[in-house]
Design a protein around this ligand. Structure first.
Ligand SMILES: C[C@H](O)[C@H](O)[C@@H](O)C(=O)CO
Ligand SMILES: [Mn+2]
Length: 427
């Protein structure tokens, strides 16, 4: 158990140290409380969802690992989410996929309605959590050949357009109920394993389908459409219809939110450098903070240089009200509640670190051409006592300090998660 007096005395010293470089820690902690991370539901059950006839995960998505205790019902997933939120400082959001509706019996993707998500909306209201949404254009027989909205068959395209229309209606209802915009993120797996004969035709079909799907306009205080680009996927190694150029152009020309996923570019390409460029032209960004290892492997977010750079770009550019910070990783090889806690806590640490930087001073040095001092102070910044401020923030927000969250997760594993597999085994 971390000694509370030690936390406070370390915090006091840290405040003085940050003050000495002109940083107001209390002001940063006030701003932190407004940062709501959109936590993705699909880490909790390996992107399975609750459809009665749910298919195998496919369409370029893959989860590895079989850690026991996976949630298999809405109440189990909600229980795990409540546990995870109790370990994370601040009030956050939940990012739901259409797969996670509460369906009594088979309901096809083009038949889903807000009623299938009323349980989630009620739960979210009770938890003080706002919802974001995603149509699910994968893991379905009509996505089996790797195409959906850009499929050459008009009937299949129409099915997925209808799914997208239904999803926008659900997202708009969520936004209306919660009093803030529900971000409805559109990602389709469409692409070819090998070299295509035409890149043009599927891209024309995708643009046309998206326009048809998004024809109904909604108040942007209720619904924000986002479009997510990707470089390649499993089975679409040679060509993805919804590339970065495609969706950058689509978002600019249709005034949509652009979604940048940290795992969706070349291994040496980073999204931190794209944020200020994209926000010159698109209204807002959605980020899928993730970690690709070798490829878009959706590893749990760690406290990496790129994670820090992403949050520095958002804070330095004063973009917090134009960037929706979502997470996208799914690791089934570790405790799934721990995965949420690690990834979300790390993301918040990086936001806090960016808020504790003397950005104005660094930018002045840059304007003065004093790159020596700029570099020197950026390096010294790395040794500032961020941990003491983070521990204080966790303590004041009523969540476990340091690694104490892990002990609570282990207890939850003992009392709850471990019972699931034995129950399943005897079922
Ligand atoms: C489940 C998500 O929609 C999915 O991960 C998507 O966001 C993506 O990144 C696909 O590679
Ligand atoms: Mn993503």
């Amino acid at each position: 158990m971390t000694n509370s007096a030690n936390i406070q005395s370390a915090y006091k010293l840290a405040v003085e140290q940050y003050q000495s470089i002109g940083v107001d820690v209390e002001a940063a902690l006030q701003k932190m409380q407004k940062v709501a991370i959109s936590v993705h539901c699909w880490q909790g059950d390996d992107v399975a969802g609750f459809e009665s006839d749910s298919g195998e995960l496919g369409s370029g998505l893959a989860v590895t690992g079989n850690y026991p205790g996976r949630a298999t019902t809405p109440s189990e997933l909600r229980s795990d989410l409540e546990m995870a939120y109790s370990l994370i400082p601040g009030k956050h959001r939940l990012n739901l996929h259409a797969l996670y509706g509460e369906f009594d019996g088979p309901v096809d993707r083009d038949e889903i309605t807000p009623a299938h998500f009323s349980g989630w909306m009620q739960w979210a209201k009770e938890q003080g959590v706002s919802l974001d949404f995603n149509p699910s254009f994968f893991s379905h027989p009509k996505a089996a050949d790797g195409f959906t909205l850009s499929h050459h068959d008009a009937g299949i395209r129409q099915f997925w357009i209808d799914h997208g229309i239904a999803s926008r209606k659900i997202a708009a209802e969520m936004g209306a109920a919660q009093g803030n915009a529900c971000v409805n993120n559109i990602w389709v797996p469409d692409g070819y394993k090998d070299s295509p004969a035409s890149r043009k035709a599927p891209r024309q079909r995708l643009a046309e389908s998206l326009d048809t799907m998004c024809a109904e306009s909604f108040d942007t205080n209720k619904l924000l459409d986002a479009v997510e680009c990707k470089l390649f996927g499993i089975g679409s190694e040679s060509f993805v219809v919804g590339s970065h150029e495609f969706y950058m152009g689509y978002a600019i020309s249709r005034n949509k939110v652009l979604c940048l996923d940290a795992g969706h570019f070349h291994p040496t390409e980073v999204i931190s450098d794209k944020i200020s460029s994209a926000l010159m032209y698109v209204p807002e960004l959605l980020l899928h903070v993730s970690r690709g290892v070798r490829w878009d492997s959706d590893h749990v977010v760690t406290y990496s240089d790129e994670l820090q750079s992403i949050m520095q770009e958002i804070v330095r550019g004063d973009y917090l009200d134009r960037v929706h910070i979502g997470l996208d990783f799914f690791d089934a090889s570790i405790n799934r509640v721990a995965a949420w806690a690690i990834g979300t806590r790390n993301t918040l640490k990086a936001v806090l670190a960016a808020m504790l930087e003397p950005s104005a001073q660094l930018q002045q040095l840059e304007n003065d051409g004093d790159y020596t001092t700029r570099l020197a102070l950026m390096e010294e910044q790395k040794m500032m006592p961020l941990g003491a401020v983070w521990n204080h923030y966790c303590q004041t927000m009523g969540v476990p300090v340091g690694a104490e969250w892990l002990e609570e997760t282990r207890q939850y594993e003992q009392t709850t998660l471990s019972k699931r597999d034995s129950a399943l085994a005897t079922a």
